[in-house]
Design a protein around this ligand. Structure first.
Ligand SMILES: [Zn+2]
Length: 114
């Protein structure tokens, strides 16, 4: 699936996001700050695997969040295996993000069609 299409799917399933013309406007899953991306090409946001695939995370919408490129990069640096902190800390961080994702959950089938 193309990156823009996957971003659209996740935005549909995240209640902080709404459509504004060609943009999706919502909140970054990591920093909670405002974020917007172009629905046609995905420009302006990156897709984040909350639990990294290398740590058993899948690519289901519950494990995907829309984040700033800088937040994604920061998370990557912080949890780089070469500089890994203890696993308990990683688990707590991932669980906080998964909780936030669940709190924002919106059933895509129940969302208004455009
Ligand atoms: Zn962010």
């Amino acid at each position: 699936m193309a990156n823009a299409e996957r971003l659209n799917r996740v935005a549909e399933a995240d209640s902080t996001f709404r459509r504004d013309g060609t943009l999706w406007v919502g909140k970054c899953l990591i920093c909670n700050g405002p974020i917007a991306f172009d629905a046609r090409n995905g420009e302006g946001a990156t897709l984040e695997h909350i639990r990294a695939r290398g740590r058993g995370g899948d690519s289901g919408p519950e494990n995907l969040g829309i984040v700033h490129g800088r937040c994604n990069a920061e998370k990557g640096r912080r949890w780089d295996p070469k500089r890994r902190r203890d696993d308990g800390e990683y688990e707590a961080f991932v669980n906080r993000l998964l909780d936030r994702r669940r709190q924002r959950w919106r059933d895509p089938d129940g969302a208004p069609r455009r």
